[in-house]
Design a protein around this ligand. Structure first.
Ligand code: DC
Length: 222
């Protein structure tokens, strides 16, 4: 069986960055499962589908022309890597992801991403639903205020408009929806290692995760 490391948690915890760093250090593949839901939300909006139309979204998920190539996320061959990163796309993803049949369709797709030599999978339910047998599960968390502040700085750096109180409200709303949905809610697996990144730099989180990698996979990294 291909070894899998899962890194779950809410957005703004540095999950994506840590996943990419760990995958690069190990020479393993990576899965950004949030991107799948973001592309689905974007594709639905482009087709004029309502995000609460479960049947239409499920049918769309079944034929979603999504692929990952050289670090890019492609929808029907078009590079949508930037388009899916907006706050609006994140909220649409969270709404699209709340439908159980949609998640069921995307389950196998995600499992097929586990290919040798290994996979580092980032999301909300990687450890609890998609890769329950993963030998190492990390749950990365941080307070909503800190996560909103990080997002605020990112947006400002890109020269984009940002409003901190609004970001805090949006993050709380998205968390509440992701944590309270009946299927695959955002929560730590029982056997996950909890890491609170509120007061840690990315380098410190990376070191902490590598410590766990050394514990679970002796000899894999120096
Ligand atoms: O990680 P992210 O911010 O790119 O995810 C966007 C949304 O997609 C998130 O609010 C909830 C949903 N999602 C999910 O339901 N399950 C996952 N494994 C990953 C993301």
């Amino acid at each position: 069986m291909t070894p899998v490391i899962t890194i779950d948690g809410p957005s703004g915890t540095g999950k994506g960055t840590i996943t990419a760093l760990v995958a690069e250090r190990l020479g393993w593949h990576m899965l950004d499962s949030g991107a799948i839901y973001r592309v689905l939300g974007l594709a639905a909006q482009r087709r004029g589908l309502a995000l609460d139309d479960e049947q239409a979204l499920t049918q769309l998920a079944e034929v979603l022309p999504l692929s990952f190539s050289a670090g890019q996320v492609l929808l029907d061959g078009e590079d949508v890597s930037e388009a899916i990163r907006t706050e609006e796309a994140g909220a649409a993803a969270s709404r699209a992801a709340a439908h159980p049949p949609v998640r069921a369709v995307l389950l196998e797709w995600q499992r097929k991403m586990a290919r040798p030599p290994g996979l580092v999978a980032d999301g909300r339910d990687m450890g609890t639903v998609v890769f329950t047998q993963a030998p190492l599960k990390i749950f990365l968390d941080a307070s909503p205020e800190i996560r909103a502040d990080r997002r605020y700085k990112q947006l400002k750096e890109k020269g984009l408009d940002a409003n901190l109180p609004r970001l805090i409200t949006d993050i709380r709303e998205r968390d509440a929806r992701d944590r309270s949905r009946p299927v695959a809610p955002l929560c730590a697996a029982e056997d996950a290692v909890l890491v609170d990144s509120s007061r840690m730099s990315i380098a410190e989180v990376f070191d902490r995760v590598l410590e766990e990698v050394r514990r679970v996979f002796p000899g894999l990294v120096a």
